[in-house]
Ligand binder design. Structure first.
Ligand code: NCD
Ligand code: ZN
Length: 351
């Protein structure tokens, strides 16, 4: 049987929620990844160092006993974030970034930043204290076509942000377009991007195969095939500016299969398997380790992990849902055949 062993990877963008959903989803991430950048869009959002440390404790309590996992916390940027909080965050060994959600862009983003230029003094503080800024790069104007939102964000905001703050470290999160790939490639080494498994595997047709497919709906929304191909090329290129960020974003089955369904794909249970499928299809399995296990750590200035994880090339059926205690979360590829399986993980030695 074909197997693939790589250094234990990290997930540089994941939503693990809190409460019952946290308990259901966190073990999946913790089994595959040594560390993960935890998104702060709870309700209410995680905006202070103290809140992030309390959330970190809640996450640690949900890590299975036999697993070694480190959550890397982030703070949610709002109009009322202060430079003092940025300084505090940068000084904390547990806080690794700020997340910018344009107000109204996605799940729980109503308290996000409405006036991005007004946040420039905060970007200056992040540049000064060298804490990365993670950007959900989509404009939110109701009259902007949903498929153009990422491209418009680059033109309207990102170009100027990196010009004004050349030493600010920026991660353009979950890039979905050819334009975003080109922007990141041509920017300085202070600018990087995460890429999700769904944007490597699907184009926008996947939203409408035989009917509407709520479990393929996430934000930024899936794009045309030409964009998917650009993302595959970037992820498998060996360019260290592109690294793994699943954007696994669990919602209950009822809230996704709804007249107004939530955005987000739950991929944590098969994250590495999905990336292996995408890299194998591009004939680039040898590039998976850099993308999954090295480049993100290098960008965040953290040591690379030293344990390993092994995937087997074997077919198995994905369950229709995950969760217990009355909750159900439908994963990406529910009831479909998966062609890779994580087999064994030597998790003892990272960091
Ligand atoms: C995310 C969520 O549900 O928190 N949803 C998504 O579609 N990706 C938010 C986000 O990252 O945009
Ligand atoms: Zn996200």
């Amino acid at each position: 049987m074909k197997t693939l062993t790589i250094t234990r990877p990290d997930d540089w963008h994941v939503h693990v929620r809190n409460g019952t959903i946290l308990k259901a989803v966190l073990p999946h991430t913790a089994r595959q990844f040594a560390r993960a950048i935890i998104m702060p869009n709870l309700k209410p959002p995680v905006t202070t160092v103290d809140q992030a440390l309390a959330y970190r404790d809640e996450i640690l309590a949900a890590v299975p006993m036999d697993v070694d996992f480190t959550p890397l916390m982030t703070l949610y940027l709002t109009a009322t974030t202060t430079a003092a909080e940025i300084k505090n965050a940068a000084a904390s060994e547990h806080i690794h970034a700020f997340k910018l959600y344009p107000a109204g862009a996605t799940t729980h983003s109503d308290l996000g930043v409405a006036d991005i230029v007004a946040a420039y003094p905060l970007f200056a503080a992040m540049e000064k204290y060298q804490i990365p800024l993670l950007i959900h790069g989509e404009v939110t104007d109701a009259d902007c076509d949903i498929f153009d939102r990422e491209r418009m964000f680059i033109e309207r905001y990102l170009i100027d942000i990196i010009k004004q703050f050349p030493k600010l470290r920026v991660v353009f999160e979950h890039v979905t377009t050819q334009e975003a790939v080109q922007f990141v490639e041509s920017a300085s080494t202070n600018v990087a991007a995460t890429i999700t498994p769904q944007h490597l595997l699907y184009n926008r047709n996947a939203l409408f195969v035989g009917g509407i497919r709520p479990h393929h709906y996430c934000l930024p929304v899936l794009k045309r095939e030409q964009h998917r191909l650009a993302l595959v090329k970037a992820a498998t290129s060996g360019n260290p500016k592109f690294f793994l960020g699943t954007d696994s974003a669990p919602h209950t089955t009822e809230t996704k299969e709804n007249t107004c369904g939530c955005a987000g794909c739950f991929s944590a249970a098969i994250a590495l398997e999905l990336y292996a499928e995408a890299f194998e299809a591009a004939n680039a399995l040898d590039k998976l380790e850099g993308f999954a296990s090295f480049y993100g750590a290098d960008f965040y200035r953290l040591p690379r992990n030293s344990g390993t994880i092994t995937l087997e090339n074997t077919s198995w059926d994905m369950p229709s849902s995950y969760g217990e205690n009355g909750i159900s979360i439908t994963p990406l590829k529910a009831n479909e055949t998966i062609h890779w399986k994580v087999k064994w993980s030597n998790q003892t030695e990272h960091l």
